[in-house]
Design a protein around this ligand. Structure first.
Ligand SMILES: Cc1ncc(COP(=O)(O)O)c(C=O)c1O
Length: 388
């Protein structure tokens, strides 16, 4: 066998678009939970709910299996159903529209603001009709939407405000935390999110609505398993409404709680990476770096650049292919607009020009705390290499 020449350059390992940062603290919490004899929603999930409540200043919080579950419960608890319209962006993941369809309600897609890619308050107001029951906003990439404007709009028209805060577990706008302004807010602990537990979600907000969601999320049973068995009380129970099964397990909560405690430090690292990208990429013709509005503490779930194919030497898809094939760097796209997908095509009832333009230009670069400074420099060099 011929030896590898000492001078051969080592191939750079693939750099994924996202990777969770899990440490010995999460491992210890999981092990403790496994050894405790209590695996489903119990003391760990309750502690996570308390931590989220405290940081948000929310009246109540309920730990569930996913953000999608939290959204489904939010709509059910709010009494949204047949005959109701809910205004929401199309430049988002399918979770809100899917959950709405399962309640019998109809998503009404409106356009986004071209700078922040968040749902546009003026487009939202223009879409309000007598059938509108709620506005479901989303905080794109961790940049909160205009929370004050949406709260005022919802109050003026007597609508519910629901925040899909899957990207914004740790973000602030105008002194208001994302997830603290809506009647209800849903957060995600999915594997690629800013606090990652594999799966998991939190529903937070008004006590009455969260209580209703809690009931619906545990089969409609009037007490939790921990209340019935954990404290050695009676196992008697009553089913008061036909519910679903959406509670977070304590195994998941063990990871989620540690990740949640680390979130301020994680977000600082994400912000450092974002600042390095913005400094290095600003001024490249045809490439727009993410806007950050005054008064915003960005959560930096996404670092989203836009490539204008008319003025850049490349387009979005060519840049993604170049990063992958030439540099082993993975990227992602957020999002295929929902109104262009299967069941929703027939529901698109108004033009969404900003959404469609942005969706063809948007690329998410790797931006997560497990990245080293060398990883960040590698991404910058690889992106810049397409600009002569
Ligand atoms: C905007 C948005 N909402 C909701 C979800 C759903 O989150 P989960 O996977 O926790 O259900 C996602 C997931 O990526 C998302 O991006």
């Amino acid at each position: 066998m011929s030896p590898t020449p000492a001078s051969a350059p080592a191939a750079a390992p693939p750099l994924p678009w996202n990777r969770p940062l899990i440490g010995p603290e999460e491992e210890a919490e999981v092990l403790e939970t496994l050894r405790s004899g209590w695996l489903t929603h119990g003391p760990k999930a309750t502690r996570l709910e308390q931590a989220v409540r405290d940081r948000l200043g929310a009246e109540d919080a309920f730990a569930v299996t996913s953000c999608t579950a939290a959204l489904h419960l939010a709509f059910l608890a709010a009494g949204i159903g047949h005959g109701d319209d809910v205004i929401t962006p199309s430049l988002t993941f399918c979770a809100v529209p899917n959950a709405l369809l399962h309640t019998g309600a109809r998503p009404v897609f409106v356009d986004v603001d071209p700078l922040t890619l968040n749902i546009d308050p003026e487009a939202t107001e223009a879409a309000i009709t007598g059938s509108t029951k709620a506005i479901a906003v989303m905080h794109y990439g961790g940049h909160p939407c205009d929370l004050r404007a949406f709260r005022q709009l919802a109050d003026r028209y007597g609508l519910l405000l629901i925040e899909d805060a899957a990207h914004a577990l740790h973000a602030v706008r105008d002194g208001l935390r994302a997830g603290s302004v809506g009647d209800l807010a849903a957060f995600s602990f999915y594997a690629n999110k800013v606090a990652a537990a594999g799966e998991g979600g939190i529903l937070a907000g008004c006590h009455d609505l969260v209580q209703r969601a809690r009931l619906l999320g545990r089969h409609g049973i009037d007490s939790s398993a921990w209340q019935r068995h954990g404290k050695r009380n009676t196992a008697d129970y009553e089913v008061t409404v036909p519910g679903l099964k959406y509670v977070m397990s304590d195994v998941t909560a063990a990871i989620a709680a540690v990740q949640y405690a680390k979130l301020p430090a994680f977000t600082r690292r994400r912000a450092e990476i974002a600042a390095a990208y913005t400094q290095a990429l600003t001024g490249l013709p045809g490439l727009s770096t993410p806007a950050v509005m005054p008064g915003v503490e960005h959560g930096w779930f996404l670092y989203a650049v836009l490539i204008d194919p008319d003025t850049a030497p490349t387009d979005r898809d060519q840049l993604a292919a170049h990063l992958l094939a030439g540099h082993q760097i993975s990227t992602s796209v957020h999002f295929k607009p929902v109104h262009t997908l299967g069941p929703y095509q027939a529901m698109a009832d108004r033009p969404l020009p900003v959404t469609e333009t942005v969706a063809a230009r948007q690329l998410s670069l790797p931006c997560y705390p497990a990245m080293t400074d060398q990883d960040v420099a590698r991404v910058i060099t690889a992106v810049r290499s397409l600009w002569p």
